[in-house]
Design a protein around this ligand. Structure first.
Ligand code: AKB
Length: 314
């Protein structure tokens, strides 16, 4: 059966690149981009685009009917750092949108859902190194609380109503086409822009704060892959651990230094340091590798080269 996909939150960091990939695979007319705000001209002109508030179930339903949508990728969310400033708003957006989409799947209006979770589901009491798929999970941010709750809602809708919902615990995602907004891992994107524009960067995390990270190419690849494999390969209906690389700000600065020898970095940790300190240094993603063949392509040095080349060519 041919699929028609609706992406909610398509103008954001992951959405804008995922849309490009999905339109290549499924054809532009089969991939509806939507967001509460306009996206880039290329996103809005390369296929259908609709303004939708992801918490408005009726508005989503109207678009599902208009385009005969079969799958929804729900990317609208408030991330960890902004979530700490607006806890109630973060909870409302992250939960209401998920339950709206899961309900549409429960009522058989769509047949498949993708919803991202995050390494933010882990907390200070989780093992820090190679954090296992199943372990102690006591998140300290409202974003993390919404993600762990969302994971259990996904599992519940799968067990109780047979909803085919699939999920990944994204690490920090690094991109150069669209910047992220409001995350604790955002420094690892900003650093590239500042390195080229100003030759220096002030980091809001301390130099030795190690976090799990992933290049956008790999994140898009994992997302498309988990949605395409047979349902019987998906044994985890909460969310899969996913890993590619782990580094500290100091290690990232040193990778950039290989290409830009005059680049300098300074450190001024702020409230985001406590969030980062509560998250793992590295993630064990054995289940994703075993169940549906996940394997990343990008290392820190390969990613750094690629980003700098692309930004310099722009
Ligand atoms: C954030 O920093 O909030 C996100 C995430 C790790 O989910 N990038």
């Amino acid at each position: 059966m041919s699929q028609t996909i609706l992406v909610l939150g398509a103008s954001g960091q992951i959405g804008s690149e995922l849309i490009e990939k999905l339109r290549t695979i499924y054809g532009s007319t089969h991939v509806v981009a939507s967001d509460i705000r306009n996206g880039s001209p290329s996103l809005m002109n390369s296929g259908p685009f609709e303004i939708i508030d992801a918490t408005d179930k009726e508005a989503i339903f109207a678009i599902v009917k208009k385009y005969n949508v079969t799958q929804i990728y729900l990317l609208a969310a408030m991330l960890s750092a902004t979530g700490e400033k607006f806890p109630q708003k973060a909870w409302d957006l992250n939960m209401t949108s998920l339950l709206a989409v899961l309900d549409l799947a429960k009522d058989k209006h769509i047949n498949q859902v993708f919803w991202p979770s995050s390494i933010a589901v882990f907390g200070a009491t989780s093992p820090k190194i190679h954090t296992p798929q199943k372990t102690i999970m006591e998140p300290s941010t409202v974003y993390g609380i919404s993600k762990i709750s969302g994971e259990f809602w996904c599992n519940y809708y799968h067990e109780k109503y047979g909803v085919d919902v699939r999920s990944l615990r994204y690490p920090g995602i690094i991109s150069w086409k669209t910047k992220p907004g409001g995350g604790t891992t955002d420094y690892a994107v900003d650093i590239f822009f500042k390195a080229l524009e100003q030759g220096s960067f002030e980091c809001f995390l301390s130099e030795d704060t190690c976090l799990p990270m992933m290049y956008m190419e790999d994140a898009v690849h994992a997302t498309v892959q988990i949605m395409q494999v047979n349902a019987n390969q998906i044994n985890i209906r909460t969310s899969y651990n996913l890993s590619a690389m782990n580094f500290t700000p100091k290690e990232l600065a040193s990778a950039i230094h290989q290409h830009l020898p005059n680049f300098t970095i300074s450190y001024k940790p702020d409230y985001r340091q406590a969030i980062a300190d509560s998250w793992p240094d590295s993630i064990d993603d054995t289940k994703a590798r075993e169940d549906w063949g996940w394997s990343p392509n990008y290392t820190l040095s390969k990613m750094t080269k690629d980003i700098l080349e692309n930004l310099q060519a722009q």
